[in-house]
Write a protein that binds this ligand. Structure first.
Ligand SMILES: Cc1cc2nc3c(=O)[nH]c(=O)nc-3n(C[C@H](O)[C@H](O)[C@H](O)COP(=O)(O)OP(=O)(O)OC[C@H]3O[C@@H](n4cnc5c(N)ncnc54)[C@H](O)[C@@H]3O)c2cc1C
Length: 489
């Protein structure tokens, strides 16, 4: 084995080729080219197969990374896929968008002076190959069970749960208010990080596996949570977090100051070829505008890079902490800088200037003060140090909070936390309502895809235990007729 592995000593780290920045700026295609097969195997062979695999420990899914790297290095691709997909319902998606620099790759312990194994790129290669070679097939459960589970939300948490439940033979129905399957994977995360076909084929596989999708159904408005509980033997809430945090500063109500998600959704829909109403089209388009994006997370990075692709005349990101303390991935900052984005670190907006629409942002210079209770140093303004930036479009990307589900679902007994997220009883992910579980961002607060997948998979295991205890399926009531909703095929 050592002959094939531990090549980090003689072989340098290499990512798949990145398309040149001037070309990237002109389209929304993914920026990395595919690995050539031998390159992927070569890079996998850099793994040192260490006794305590910190990459695996720091992966929320505890992916068995050393094993699938070794199989890839040996050219045993189908087995590598089998190992990789045994813990992860969507490895090619995590391979593309996980912040590996903070998770597996950030904890790779090949000796100092050598760079980490390119785990994410190899993971993507293995699963893309599995799709291309037809190894990924619809699920055919060993037995069909009568019990059914209703899932609210077709994002990664809902999809991962559906996948696991279907494998066990449960009847699964997913309800989502969007028209496409994928949640933020489709409408939040831009194509240049994650091409939409990659997400849609996952949804299509679930359809072919017998999962019923009821799209354009807003639970709370079109159907009640109570009705879903009557219809199904268990219900999962996987609705994500969509309430945008807003800045409070003079002038924030001026025109052309827009929230990040509607901006990204519109850009994603345009890229998907959807016909959009002309209203607001100029407000949400960065072409020829001086754009200022406020925030330092993944959403802010997606906004700055979308604006460059829309043809903004300049794009500046204002973030109140410094580069080392930003929540977004360092790799994404580097990609944005290559594409021409300017970062104003340690800067926070103080006021928005303009008559009807915004024309400038006044920002104060910040410094990092003492650490707060979480150990993170809090930013504080440096008195009398402000500067102004001209702006025609300002995008606020300050994070998301949970919607008030107690009201939306008219469920006074659904317990929530002081942040509005749904309270669950530890690892069982069961809520305060019997037979109702919750997973993903609606439990954790805005987080990562890999955690949503983990929660979805854990929720499936918990629902399976619950239903095995319960056993008798819910009799289909006459009421079901009134709940009949169109399914997607
Ligand atoms: C712009 C942006 C970029 C991001 N980039 C990354 C990244 O690079 N890497 C990463 O790991 N994470 C990233 N994230 C975070 C990641 O997308 C989320 O953590 C993840 O999608 C959460 O999954 P989820 O299934 O819990 O929720 P979601 O993906 O939000 O899915 C929830 C689904 O529930 C549906 N829904 C909500 N309410 C209702 C209702 N009442 N009735 C019916 N359906 C409903 C929604 O329509 C949606 O389809 C990003 C997030 C954003 C916003």
């Amino acid at each position: 084995m050592t002959e094939r592995m531990l090549k980090f000593v003689s072989l340098a780290q290499a990512m798949p080729d990145k398309r040149p920045a001037p070309q990237r700026r002109t389209d929304f295609d993914e920026i990395y080219r595919a690995f050539a097969q031998e390159k992927a195997a070569e890079q996998a062979s850099r793994c040192s197969q260490c006794g305590v695999p910190f990459c695996q420990i720091h992966c929320p899914l505890q992916n068995n990374i050393p094993d699938w790297l070794r199989l890839a290095a040996e050219g045993r691709w189908e087995e590598a896929y089998a190992v990789s997909s045994s813990t992860n319902s969507m490895p090619e998606i995590c391979g593309r968008i996980c912040p590996q620099d903070r998770l597996c790759e950030g904890n790779c312990v090949i000796e100092k002076g050598f760079e980490s194994v390119t785990i994410g790129a190899v993971e993507k290669h293995i699963t893309d190959l599995a799709w291309a070679r037809g190894w990924i097939k619809p699920i055919t459960p060993p037995l069909e069970r009568d019990q059914s589970v209703g899932i609210i939300g077709a994002g990664p948490a809902g999809l991962a749960c559906a996948e696991r439940l279907r494998r066990k033979g449960y009847q699964v129905a997913i309800y989502d208010r969007y028209d496409r399957i994928g949640g933020l994977l489709i409408y939040g995360i831009p194509n240049f990080k994650l091409e939409k076909d990659v997400v849609l084929r996952r949804g299509q596989r679930l359809i072919e596996s017998g999962v019923k999708f009821h799209m354009n159904v807003d639970v709370g408005r079109d159907i009640t949570l109570g009705a879903l509980r009557q219809r199904h033997d268990a219900v999962l809430i996987a609705t994500g977090t969509y309430q945008a945090r807003e800045l409070k500063a003079p002038g924030v109500g001026l025109g052309n100051i827009v929230p990040a998600l509607p901006y990204l959704i519109r850009a994603n829909r345009t890229d998907l070829g959807d016909k959009l109403p002309a209203t607001d089209s100029s407000r949400f388009n960065a072409k020829d505008k001086r754009v200022v994006v406020i925030g330092g997370g993944d959403t802010a990075m997606d906004c700055v890079r979308t604006a460059t692709r829309q043809g903004a005349s300049s794009v500046t990101c204002l973030y109140r902490r410094d580069r080392q303390n930003m929540p977004g991935s360092a790799r994404e900052v580097m990609n944005a800088e290559e594409e021409g984005v300017v970062f104003n670190w340690l800067s926070a907006p103080e006021a928005f200037l303009g008559r009807r629409v915004v024309s400038a942002v006044r920002a104060s210079k910040m410094r990092l003060g003492p650490a707060d209770a979480t150990g993170r140093r809090s930013p504080e303004p440096i008195p009398d140090q402000s500067h102004s930036l001209e702006a025609d479009l300002v995008i606020q990307a300050l994070g998301f909070e949970a919607e008030d589900l107690v009201s939306a679902f008219d469920a006074p007994d659904l317990l929530t936390t002081s942040w509005g997220t749904v309270k669950t009883s530890g690892p069982s992910l069961e809520t305060s309502l019997d037979g109702v579980f919750a997973a993903g961002d609606i439990v954790r607060g805005a987080s990562l895809v890999v955690w949503a997948v983990r929660d979805g998979q854990d929720a499936a295991a918990a629902i399976d235990r619950y239903l095995k205890d319960k056993r008798t399926p819910k009799p289909h009531s006459a009421d079901d007729q009134s709940l009949a909703l169109e399914t997607v095929s």
